[in-house]
Design a protein around this ligand. Structure first.
Ligand SMILES: Nc1nc2c(ncn2[C@@H]2O[C@H](COP(=O)(O)OP(=O)(O)OP(=O)(O)O)[C@@H](O)[C@H]2O)c(=O)[nH]1
Ligand SMILES: [Mg+2]
Length: 263
């Protein structure tokens, strides 16, 4: 399979080259082709320049630059570009800050090979981990944010709706109207998952060891939380309008045993 990792960056100068190198190293042991597309929003710290240099030396590295419009807009731009120009079988979402370990990616891809369409690297299934040094507020925000979103959107059976580590078959993204997902922060992840669910994608979660970023600063703030809450409410409404109900959604989802892949 041809795998394209779509990596959004904003001020990830110290992380991006080591990440791309590590991905290439991991893929030397896999029967897949890897290309990496970095979607950089003209980072003031020069991340784009570093990627441009890498892309000049390595045809499997690509840079897509643009103005800063948030994480969701960056992913939409990246997905559209990759689908049009890079001929992927599978697109991978991952952060640039090593929170998502390249070493975990083969287990996500293994589930695609077993027939899943949309695989989530999940912090909240058995075996999944969040950083030990996350403070109380961050834990609360992440865990209860997920519960809240699951409840409102009716995606009861997916434990980690906001994870940004995913492997997605290109057919799923081709079915979704990406322009409809225009949201800024991590509610993009929720929206994309919801659309994939409604489009009938076979969704699977595998446990990951989510690490705290070791270099750089977080870009997501209180505005993203507000957007997330508002967005979850909107999804609930929309589902009503679509005539979907929880039963329909549940029937496509997985049992607990199916959801958790062996380590
Ligand atoms: N292109 C682009 N990338 C972004 C933007 N905001 C965040 N990112 C990238 O998206 C990924 C996730 O953002 P983070 O800042 O790590 O968010 P987080 O993981 O919730 O916060 P941390 O605890 O700091 O890791 C990183 O690779 C960021 O560089 C943006 O507006 N545009
Ligand atoms: Mg991060």
């Amino acid at each position: 399979m041809k795998i394209v990792t779509v990596i959004p960056t904003y001020n990830e100068r110290e992380n991006i080259k080591p990440l791309i190198d590590k991905l290439m190293q991991v893929f030397t042991f896999l029967p897949h082709d890897l290309e990496s597309l970095v979607v950089d929003d003209n980072s003031p710290d020069g991340t784009g320049g570093i990627v441009r240099d890498l892309a000049g030396k390595n045809q499997a590295v690509h840079l897509l630059s643009g103005k800063k419009q948030g994480l969701g807009a960056a992913y939409i731009r990246g997905f559209k570009y990759a689908l049009k120009n890079l001929n992927p079988d599978v697109l991978v979402e991952m952060d640039a800050d090593f929170s998502h370990r390249p070493e975990d990616l083969p287990r996500l891809l293994a589930q695609i090979e077993k027939g899943a369409d949309f695989v989530i690297g999940s912090r909240y299934v058995r075996g999944g981990k969040i950083p030990k040094n996350w403070n109380f507020f961050r834990r609360l925000n992440s865990r209860w944010g997920n519960r809240f979103a699951r409840y409102l959107a009716g995606i009861d059976d997916v434990r980690d709706c906001t994870s940004g580590f995913r492997a997605i078959k290109k057919q799923v993204l081709e079915k979704i109207n990406l322009n409809k997902l225009k949201v800024r922060g991590y509610s993009f992840q929720m929206n994309l998952l919801y659309r994939a669910y409604v489009a009938g994608a076979k969704i699977k979660e595998v446990p990951i060891d989510f690490r705290a970023r070791s270099w750089g600063r977080t870009k997501l703030g209180p505005g993203d939380i507000a957007e997330f809450v508002w967005n979850s409410v909107k999804l609930r409404f929309e589902k009503g309008l679509d005539g979907l109900n929880k039963q329909t959604l549940r029937s496509e989802s997985l049992s607990d045993e199916e959801r958790v892949a062996p380590n």
